[in-house]
Ligand binder design. Structure first.
Ligand SMILES: *Cc1c(COP(=O)(O)O)cnc(C)c1O
Length: 405
C-alpha cells in the first residue's frame, strides 16, 4: 500500500524512540484508526472491560500460563537458573490468543460484525477464527497463496472453525502481501469490519494495543518469579518475528534496569547470508505496512524476500518499539540459525519433555549459549511462545526423515 509522504508531518502519536512507528496509511484509514485508538484508550483501564478480558483469558484461553523451573536444563547447562514461561499451554497453542481476545473485545465494543486478519503460517488466522466463532462474528483470513499451499492443514482448520480463507495472489503471495490485502480490504469496508493485527506491527495504535494485550505475559511472570524465587530475573529472552511475544515478555521489565532483555531473531542460513530474517541486525530504516521501522529492503525501499525455517519468524520487518529498544540499547537482538534452532528443538524435548514451537526454539538456542556463561544464582526467563506439534513433520523432513502426516 502506497503511503503519502506529507502524512509524515501530521503524525504525532504512536512514536517510539527517535522516530519509529507512526501512521503511514491513506486518509480513509486514518479516521478508522482514530476510532480504534479512542475506544482502546477509553477501555483499556476500564474495570468492566478488564473483567471481561480476564474472564476470557482465564476461563477460555487457560491463563495464567505456568512459569516453570526447568531443572534439567539448568543442571545440564551448569549456569543461570532457567524458568520457562509456558505460552505453549494456551488454548490454540501459542501466545497469539492473548492479543486476539483483546482486539476482538474492542471490535465488539465498536459494534463491528466482521473480523479480518492476515496470517503467514496460519497461527494468527486460527486464533482469530477461534475467537470469532466464540463471539459469533464473521471472519475472513487473508493468506498468501503460497502459504495456503504450504499450510493446507491450517487452512482446513480455519474453515472448520467457520472462517473464510482468502488466498492472496498479489506480489510474492506470502505474508507481507496478505497484510497489504487485509489493509486494503479494511480501507474499503471499515463500517462493519475490524482488522485484528497479528503482531506488534502496523500503523499506530496497533503496536501499542498488541503490546498492551501481550503484556499479560510479563505481568504474570514478574509476580510468579517473585513467589517462586523472591526476586527479579537477570535476563528475559524471547523470539522475535514481528515482535509481539517478545514485547509482551519484556513489557513489565523495561523500567527495571537490572533486567537484560534479549530478542532472538531468525538468522536462517546465517545473518550474513541472503537467506535470513534477522531484520534488526541486517535491515535498514524504512516505511512499510503503515509504520516506520527496520525492514529487509533494497536501496529503493523494495522489500526483499526473507527466509527462516520457522514460518512464524519469516517477516521482513519488526515492530517499531523493538527498533527503538535496539536503537537505545535497552534490549539486545541476536540471530539464531535454522541449524541451532533445530538442535534446540531436540534438546528441550529430550531434557524437559516439551515439544516447543520452532519459533520458540530460537530463544531456547540462545539460552543454551548464554546460561553457561552466567552465575548459578542468576535467573533467566525464556518465553516458550508456542507448542511444536505443528513443526514435528517439517523438522523430521529437515533432518532427512520422511514421516506420514
Ligand atoms: C506467530 C508466532 C511467533 C512470532 O510472532 P511474534 O509477533 O514475533 O511473537 C512466535 N512464536 C509462535 C509460536 C508464533 O505462533
Amino acid at each position: 500500500m502506497k503511503l503519502k509522504n506529507e502524512q509524515e508531518q501530521k503524525v504525532k502519536a504512536g512514536r517510539y524512540g527517535k522516530n519509529f512507528g507512526g501512521q503511514y496509511v491513506p486518509e480513509t484509514l486514518m479516521t478508522e484508526l482514530e476510532k480504534v485508538n479512542k475506544v482502546f484508550n477509553e477501555l483499556k483501564d476500564d474495570a468492566a472491560f478488564k473483567a471481561e478480558l480476564h474472564e476470557l483469558l482465564n476461563n477460555y484461553a487457560n491463563r495464567p500460563s505456568l512459569l516453570y523451573y526447568a531443572k534439567n536444563m539448568t543442571e545440564d547447562l551448569g549456569g543461570a537458573k532457567i524458568y520457562l514461561k509456558r505460552e505453549d499451554l494456551n488454548h490454540t497453542g501459542a501466545h497469539k490468543i492473548n492479543n486476539v481476545i483483546g482486539q476482538v473485545l474492542l471490535a465488539k465494543h465498536l459494534g463491528k460484525k466482521r473480523l479480518i486478519c492476515e496470517t503467514g503460517a496460519g497461527q494468527h488466522g486460527v486464533a482469530t477464527a477461534t475467537i470469532a466463532t466464540l463471539m459469533g462474528m464473521e471472519c475472513e483470513v487473508f493468506m498468501g497463496e503460497e502459504d495456503t499451499k504450504r499450510q493446507r492443514l491450517n487452512v482446513y482448520r480455519m474453515n472448520l472453525l467457520g472462517a473464510k480463507v482468502k488466498a492472496v495472489t498479489t506480489g510474492s503471495r506470502v505474508l507481507k502481501d496478505a497484510v497489504n490485502a487485509a489493509l486494503q480490504d479494511w480501507a474499503s469496508r471499515s463500517e462493519d469490519t475490524f482488522y485484528v493485527m497479528g503482531s506488534a506491527v502496523g500503523p499506530a495504535p496497533f503496536p501499542e494495543m498488541v503490546k498492551h494485550f501481550q503484556s499479560v505475559i510479563s505481568k504474570e511472570s514478574k509476580k510468579q518469579l517473585q513467589e517462586q524465587a523472591g526476586r527479579l530475573p537477570d535476563m528475559v529472552v524471547a523470539c522475535v518475528g514481528g515482535g509481539s511475544n517478545a514485547i509482551g515478555s519484556f513489557a513489565a521489565y523495561i523500567q527495571d534496569p537490572t533486567v537484560k532483555l534479549v530478542g532472538v531473531e531468525a538468522a536462517g542460513k546465517g545473518v550474513q547470508t541472503d537467506k535470513t530474517a534477522a531484520t534488526i541486525e541486517r535491515g535498514t530504516v524504512g516505511i512499510f505496512h503503515g509504520m516506520k521501522s527496520m525492514f529487509m529492503q533494497n536501496e529503493d525501499g523494495q522489500i526483499n524476500p526473507v527466509y527462516s525455517i520457522s514460518a512464524g519468524l519469516d517477516y521482513p520487518g519488526v515492530g517499531p518499539e523493538h527498533a527503538a529498544l535496539a536503537e537505545c540499547n535497552r534490549a539486545q537482538y541476536v540471530g539464531i540459525t535454522d541449524d541451532e534452532a533445530v538442535a534446540a528443538f531436540d534438546y528441550i524435548a529430550k531434557e524437559e519433555g516439551i515439544v516447543a514451537a520452532i519459533e520458540s526454539c530460537h530463544a531456547v538456542a540462545y539460552v543454551q549459549k548464554i546460561a553457561p556463561t552466567m552465575a548459578k544464582d542468576q535467573i533467566i526467563i525464556c518465553t516458550l511462545s508456542g507448542r511444536g506439534d505443528k513443526d514435528v513433520a517439517s523438522i523430521a523432513k529437515y533432518k532427512g526423515v520422511q514421516i506420514d502426516e
